[in-house]
Design a protein around this ligand. Structure first.
Ligand SMILES: Cc1ncc(COP(=O)(O)O)c(C=O)c1O
Length: 508
């Protein structure tokens, strides 16, 4: 089998051209996005990897590696650890080649994902509390049972398989100026870049990362792959803690630029894809488009031909509720403010009148005291550059105290749903946000795990229909309690200290 040390660029080109991906994968269309092209003043093309049999590009790499196995290795079967698109790619490729596949998935994996893998002929082993534990188990089983471990990104054959997408794009439309590619562990970006730069080096290849899982950006800053302390899970396909060694080597050498986008920008890109080509992308699948839009604006790009890769469409249907809620903000078509107004008759009306004919998208307030009330207000805007500033100025000039919360993640995720509740007497509290895998009873389990040793002073949870539940919780605590911090670390959930968030002081 090919090993990582000795692959030259030419080897990658050859491996990519010879990868037998089309036994299972298909050549996907490169569609025009007419509406967005018009809006952005560039020709925008989308590579439709949602049209693969597993609805993501991951089948390319999996097939390239599995098809390269010797007769003996095929007999022993393959094993992988994944709760996402890689799992489905491995299961389908192995089944098509008559090879047994075992996929280790964390115990918390939703049924829908387990069933998808089983439907593609994979055997599923549910093991471990998280991905790392599932991966350790998969490696162990590889040793015990002689199965070949199929990694998700950091292997030359996986990289070469993903690179088959580059050849297709060039054959479909070679006069391209830039290609935008999503980056998780970097397999797709590395493969695409190493091939494009050998054939038409003038095409710029730009990696797009989710702000809260930017492992390539962190590695570029450090000069080598490093672990991220915290990984956001919204764009699940790219929620990777550490970029691969080989993928980093190639990305560092061949990507022309990297851009970061946030969850709201991703949600807006999901909507653009739906509006233009009626595709329903998963968040990671729309990442590249979100990056393209931002890059075009930041660099004032016009009249270019720009390609982006819609890398996957495996989303939980209910995820769309959250996406639709957030895409207005991602498009910067909604501004959110905290406004303090006098607590007196008619002041609400006066405030609304001041907003004029603008559409108010959200409005929450709660009695505070006899003198003032604080309102959480959302306003639809059409010009993100100037209109928000106009509103801020108008309100301030009329004597209101206003804070712009449009970019405040915690305010958008939690505070907007839990306005009110200032304690009647001073409270010493520490506030944390948590993420935990969603499954029936998960919230109860989360609460049980938190225990009862500390008094909970605030708690907000809202099901977004996604795979991860998000909670904001306050605890009655003195400033710093090392025992409590230890307890939090031992829970095994992603958590973050929010105590100093300004929206907390406003409303709670
Ligand atoms: C839909 C989707 N997009 C992008 C990626 C990122 O790919 P890579 O890990 O090769 O960077 C993945 C990875 O699983 C994915 O599933």
């Amino acid at each position: 089998m090919i090993n990582k040390q000795n692959m030259t660029d030419a080897d990658y080109l050859k491996a990519s051209l010879c990868a037998p991906v089309y036994d299972v994968a298909c050549i996907t269309p490169l569609d025009k996005m007419d509406k967005l092209s018009h809006r952005l003043g560039n020709q925008i093309l989308v590579k439709r990897e949602d049209r693969q049999p597993v609805h993501s590009f991951k089948i390319r790499g999996a097939q390239a590696m599995i098809a390269s196995l010797t007769a003996q290795e095929r007999k022993n079967g393959v094993v992988a650890a994944s709760a996402g698109n890689h799992a489905q790619g491995v299961a389908l490729s192995a089944t098509k080649l008559g090879i047994s596949s075992l996929i280790v998935m964390p115990l918390t994996t939703p049924d829908i994902k387990v069933e998808a893998v089983q439907n593609f002929g994979g055997e599923v082993l549910l093991y471990g509390a998280n991905f790392d534990e599932a991966k350790t188990k998969a490696m162990e089983l590889a040793k015990q049972q002689g199965r070949i471990f199929i990694p998700p990104f950091d292997h030359p054959l996986i990289i070469a398989g993903q690179a088959s997408i580059a050849m297709e794009i060039l054959q479909q439309n070679a006069g391209i100026d830039r290609i935008f590619v999503p980056v998780g562990g970097g397999g797709l970006a590395a493969g695409l870049a190493v091939v494009i730069k050998q054939i038409i080096p003038s095409i710029k290849v730009i990696g797009v990362e989710a702000k809260d899982s930017a492992c390539l950006t962190a590695a570029l800053a450090a000069g080598q792959p490093v672990d991220l302390n915290r990984v956001g899970l919204f764009a699940e396909g790219v929620a990777v803690k550490r970029i691969g060694d080989e993928t980093f080597r190639l990305c560092q050498q061949y990507l022309d630029d990297v851009i970061l986008v946030d969850s709201d920008e991703i949600c807006a890109a999901v909507k653009d894809l739906f509006d233009d080509v009626r595709a329903v992308a998963e968040p990671s699948g729309a990442l590249a488009l979100a990056g393209l839009k931002k890059y075009v604006t930041q660099h004032h790009i016009r009249d270019e031909k720009l390609v982006h890769i819609l890398s996957g469409a495996n989303l939980n249907f209910h995820n769309l509720r959250y996406i639709s809620e957030r895409c207005e903000i991602g498009e910067k078509r909604e501004a959110l403010f905290a406004v303090t107004i006098p607590e007196q008759k008619g002041s609400f009306l006066k405030f609304c009148q001041l907003l004029g004919g603008r559409t108010v998208t959200e409005f929450s307030y709660r009695y505070h005291d006899n003198h003032k009330a604080t309102i959480f207000v959302g306003v639809r805007i059409s010009n993100p550059e100037s209109e928000k500033q106009d509103i801020l100025q108008e309100l301030t000039a009329s004597g209101y105290q206003v804070v712009d919360l449009s970019d405040d993640e915690m305010a958008k995720l939690h505070i907007r749903y839990m306005i009110g509740g200032k304690p009647r007497q001073p409270l010493s509290e520490q506030v944390y946000s948590f993420e935990f895998p969603e499954s029936p009873g998960a919230l109860l389990k989360f609460l049980q795990t938190l225990g009862t040793e500390w008094n909970i002073s605030l708690f907000h949870y809202r099901s977004h229909g996604t795979d991860y539940g998000r909670v904001l919780a306050g605890f009655e605590l003195a400033d710093y309690d090392p025992k409590f911090i230890q307890h939090l670390a031992a829970l095994g959930y992603n958590y973050h200290d929010e105590t100093k968030n300004p929206s907390l002081n406003f409303f709670l």
